[in-house]
Design a protein. Structure first.
Length: 271
């Protein structure tokens, strides 16, 4: 005789009311935000196409004209993209160094509340400051160039990774930590032998993802003089050289895709 399939657990009336209130609030916010976000302009995407078509023709022109394609300064584009990747690499590496202690201090299951809560609020502050503002601060301090971009990436990515690291620590199994503690280990040894081995794979995945994100965000930082390919991208757009813009975007897309594939390989090998 076949076993009866258990029915899914039913939510309590209070849980259902909370869900209704939550999603109802989201829908109300979307309705309220309709005009301020100018969603009513959506039909213009399909009616006012002349300017868009003109931009598209110039943007894709090099890909239909081999002579124009070969005349582009590919050495400059690739060189600047490589500099952008180097900025992202160093920025992410420094961010990891910052995020590990902050992530441990921000985890409520291993840190007392009087330390954990201020650390979490500090991380909220770090993440809330826009990248461009941070980059401008470092440009003011050290001048134009890639170093300002590296420090900006470190600042923002460090805050994001620290939060993710803390949440990973909060989800660990207490068993290994208690086992290490039972041997008479010190608190630092509990973290090294009971916590780190559990979170290391997830931390690695988070760090690789943020490196991919930093490679893209570093492009924007170059627009304000923080080095990399962003500066020449901005110059081409400002000069209405959209054929050059298309080639620069192609370099960015290829580079980001290669980084994504490399990250997948690394995650497969390490996780």
């Amino acid at each position: 005789m076949s076993e009866a399939i258990p029915s899914p657990p039913r939510k309590t009336a209070s849980s259902q009311a909370f869900d209704l209130l939550l999603w109802g609030g989201v829908i109300i916010l979307l309705v309220i935000s309709f005009r301020p976000a100018e969603i009513d302009k959506f039909p213009q995407l399909f009616t006012d196409t002349e300017r868009t078509a003109g931009f598209a023709r110039q943007f894709f022109a090099p890909f239909g004209d081999l002579k124009l394609f070969m005349s582009m300064d590919w050495d400059l584009f690739i060189g600047k993209m490589w500099q952008t990747i180097q900025m992202a690499l160093w920025g992410t590496a420094l961010a990891i160094i910052v995020a590990i202690p902050l992530g441990l201090l921000g985890a409520r299951n291993i840190t007392p509340a009087w330390i954990q809560q201020p650390v979490r609020r500090l991380l909220d502050l770090i993440r809330s400051v826009p990248d461009l503002v941070v980059a401008l601060i470092f440009i003011t301090a050290v001048g134009l160039g890639p170093f300002a971009g590296v420090m900006s990436i470190m600042f923002n990515t460090g805050g994001v990774l620290a939060k993710l690291f803390a949440e990973a620590v909060e989800s660990i199994d207490k068993g290994p930590v208690e086992g290490v503690r039972a041997t008479g280990a010190a608190p630092l040894q509990e973290i090294v032998w009971g916590v780190i081995p559990q979170v290391a794979p997830l931390w690695t995945s988070y760090a690789l993802y943020r490196f991919e994100s930093s490679s893209r965000s570093a492009t924007v930082l170059g627009i304000i003089g923080a080095g990399g390919i962003g500066q020449i991208l901005y110059d081409s757009i400002s000069a209405f050289q959209f054929d050059q813009t298309g080639c620069i975007v192609l370099v960015i897309v290829v580079a980001v895709s290669m980084i994504d594939m490399l990250s997948q390989v690394i995650r497969t090998r390490l996780l």
